[in-house]
Design a protein around this ligand. Structure first.
Ligand code: B12
Ligand code: SF4
Length: 418
């Protein structure tokens, strides 16, 4: 289920042309990093929260060998002071301006310990990501693209408002030019909420129509409020949407500042999307303060009733510096700050209406119940949307559901000090 991230290929494209640099990139999610044999003048490492300890370990080993290290990405943006303790320089926020500046400073022998995103950053006229540097044989989808960054909403658990603030957009013409030069017929948009600005989304979808591509991306339930937008998405080739339903409980949605989710009934949202032959990956989070032991079965019942194409569950994660983190921290309910466990597969806080073990066990049960062969057959025969994509995707998720212990950083287990 892996698709190519654009982080390193984007950074590679930003290396100023006057610097005679040989750039190599490695994605440790799918490949080996030869830390102790690597030769380089400068190494940049990207870190999300769950991979931060590993990034710090690699940084320490390289710095021991006197190879300078730059850290950047979501986690260093959320926790800059912490990241700075592990690097020669840290890039906070988006790096379209600061990374080229850092490299020029490095060449001139005056690299600063920290570079911040400029408040006036724009995403116009940027070079295309250097996708050819990424070993795309190692992922299922190589043609990924980005049109926008950020989101207009302020959901309490989300890293987007905490890390990046106001939304940014690439000119639609640049996005279209990138798709054309990729010669891709199927693309995935990595934008966290492609429809955050509805007018922009309509302009983008209209421009995609003549390309005759098929695409998937992330949106919110608000897409179902606007039939014109949904029709345009379908006409432009949208075949799959990932939508964060998060919870079936209005109190949980209100608590997490995602109350806009329930303005329309979820059944209606699913139906409207299905009517356009768009497959739906619905994401649900367990462990909010209003969740009870009944929440798990209610959620599984909902995905079965609505014949959801590809449901996905996660344990709530209070990513550092988010509203959820600050609340739980103030209440003394964060049980570990081992960031390696902040991956949606571990319980890192004290839940309210259940124990940490119950939260973990019931999430695991929900995965297995949803991805039993019988459940898969019932959901997909009721949905019949994009079956050539939905069947292999379900088999992939079934494998994940039945091998949760073997994914990511450690076993699917309670945090050691939880
Ligand atoms: C592709 C993707 C994946 C892929 C690949 C992940 C990977 N490790 O590479 C897959 C599908 C495997 C995946 C899985 C997961 N993901 Co993911 N993923 C993304 C996604 C959609 C796109 C990343 C991307 O390419 N962005 C485009 C680039 C250009 O932006 P960028 O990475 O922010 O980089 C810019 C700056 O941050 C900066 N920068 C970044 N790194 C560096 C490094 C240096 C040296 C410098 C100078 C600058 C710099 O420069 C870039 C240009 O401005 C992001 C959301 C997003 N749109 O960013 C989530 C995101 C990164 N994922 C997230 C999460 C939570 C996960 C999972 C834990 C989900 C889960 N429960 O399973 C797993 C963890 C997997 C793992 N252990 O790595 C969160 C991270 C939150 C956090 N604080 O940790 C994000 C932000 C989504 C979200 N909703 O919040 N993911
Ligand atoms: S709508 Fe999605 S991307 Fe936007 S703030 Fe909420 S969770 Fe984050």
């Amino acid at each position: 289920m892996r698709y190519a991230p654009l982080t390193l290929t984007t950074l590679a494209s930003l290396v100023p042309s006057e610097i005679d640099a040989e750039v190599r990139i490695t994605d440790e999610g799918v490949d080996e990093v030869e830390v102790d044999r690597m030769e380089a003048d400068l190494v940049g490492i990207t870190a999300i929260t769950g991979t931060a300890p590993r990034a710090y370990e690699i940084a320490a080993r390289l710095r021991q060998r006197r190879i300078p290290v730059v850290l950047g990405g979501v986690h260093p943006t959320l926790m800059p002071e912490e990241a700075m303790r592990h690097a020669d320089s840290t890039v906070v926020g988006y790096a379209e301006e600061s990374w080229p500046q850092l490299l020029r400073d490095f060449v001139a022998g005056r690299m600063s310990p920290r570079y911040d995103q400029s408040p006036n950053l724009r995403l116009d006229n940027l070079p295309f990501p250097q996708r050819e540097l990424y070993n795309s044989g190692l992922v299922n989808v190589a043609h990924t693209i980005e049109a926008t960054r950020g989101c207009i909403f302020q959901c309490d658990f989300c890293v987007v408002p905490a890390a990046w603030g106001k939304p940014l957009q690439k000119p639609v013409a640049d996005v279209v030019a990138d798709i054309r030069q990729m010669k891709a017929k199927r693309v995935i948009f990595l934008d966290l909420n492609l429809i955050a600005d509805v007018a922009y989304a309509k302009e983008l979808f209209t421009a995609l129509v003549p390309l005759k591509i098929q695409w998937g991306g992330l949106a919110t339930t608000t897409i179902a409020w606007d039939d014109e937008l949904l029709d345009l998405a379908a006409r432009s080739g949208c075949r799959g949407l990932l939508i964060g339903f998060e919870s079936l409980n209005q109190a949980s949605l209100n608590e997490t500042r995602k109350s806009f989710n329930m303005r329309h009934d979820y059944h209606e949202v699913v139906q409207k999307i299905r009517d356009r032959r768009i497959a739906l990956m619905g994401c649900f989070v367990f462990g909010f303060d209003h969740d009870t032991l009944a929440t798990f079965d209610e959620t599984v019942d909902f995905v079965m009733e609505t014949h959801m194409d590809l449901p996905r569950y996660a344990v709530a994660v209070p990513f550092p510096n988010t509203g959820l983190y600050k609340k739980l921290k103030a209440q003394g309910r964060i049980t570990t700050e081992n960031w390696g466990l902040y991956d949606g597969q571990h319980v890192v806080f004290e839940p309210k209406n259940m124990t940490a073990a119950e939260l973990l066990e019931n999430t695991r049960r929900a995965w297995k119940k949803t991805y039993s062969y019988l459940s898969m057959w019932k959901r997909l025969s009721g949905s019949r949307t994009q079956l050539p994509i939905a069947i292999p995707a379900n088999l992939g998720y079934r494998f994940y559901a039945y091998h949760l212990d073997t994914f990511y950083n450690c076993d699917w287990q309670l945090a050691p000090n939880a």
